[in-house]
Design a protein around this ligand. Structure first.
Ligand SMILES: [Zn+2]
Length: 181
């Protein structure tokens, strides 16, 4: 009984490592933050937005987290990454987000890759690739194009199945036809 209680305590604490100190030992740091981004994607799903979530960290601290909101805000630029970049920049009082990592459940699009360059984010980790919109490995390699004045380390495929599944579920179950797609 004591062992069970201890295990439950550890599992519960592992969901809030910044409150209790330390990550789940079974989960590496990138997986952990993609899981947080997935929580944001689930919020977008509940709001009938395309379920994409993003998190920006500095060291092991979360600076900002956000999810897609273009439909509810009538704002085509309200992608999860853009909203997280705005929040993080405001939080640190700097339009450059040096020494941060951006985590996002789906490969960034052209617009978001551009914003990542403008923000000078040095590291991007994403979940599932996006063959129709992806601008960092699928269609373009904007973040690794030496002609631009900034490049970023890109890591893809972290919890990719989970990140892609919620998107597939959205398009299968919720997608309302829009005239321009
Ligand atoms: Zn985007």
């Amino acid at each position: 009984m004591i062992i069970v209680n201890t295990m439950m305590k550890i599992r519960k604490n592992s969901l809030f490592p910044f409150l209790h100190g330390g990550h789940d030992p079974d989960m590496n740091t990138d997986e952990y933050f993609i899981e947080v981004a997935l929580e944001e994607a689930r919020l977008a799903y509940e709001e009938d937005e395309i379920p994409v979530g993003a998190v920006i960290t500095m060291g092991e601290k979360i600076l900002a987290r956000a999810h897609n909101a273009p439909i509810s805000g009538n704002d085509p630029s309200a992608h999860a990454e853009i909203l997280a970049i705005r929040k993080a920049a405001e939080r640190i009082g700097n339009y450059r987000l040096c020494e941060t990592t951006l985590y996002v459940t789906i490969e960034p699009c052209v617009m978001c890759a551009g914003a990542i360059i403008q923000a000078r984010i040095p590291r991007v980790v994403f979940g599932a690739p996006d063959p129709k919109n992806g601008a960092v490995v699928s269609l373009y390699n904007i973040l690794e194009d030496g002609r631009l004045n900034h490049s970023a380390e890109v890591i893809g495929g972290v919890l990719g199945d989970e990140c892609g599944e919620i998107l597939s579920r959205y398009f299968r179950e919720k997608r309302v036809r829009t005239p321009c797609i």
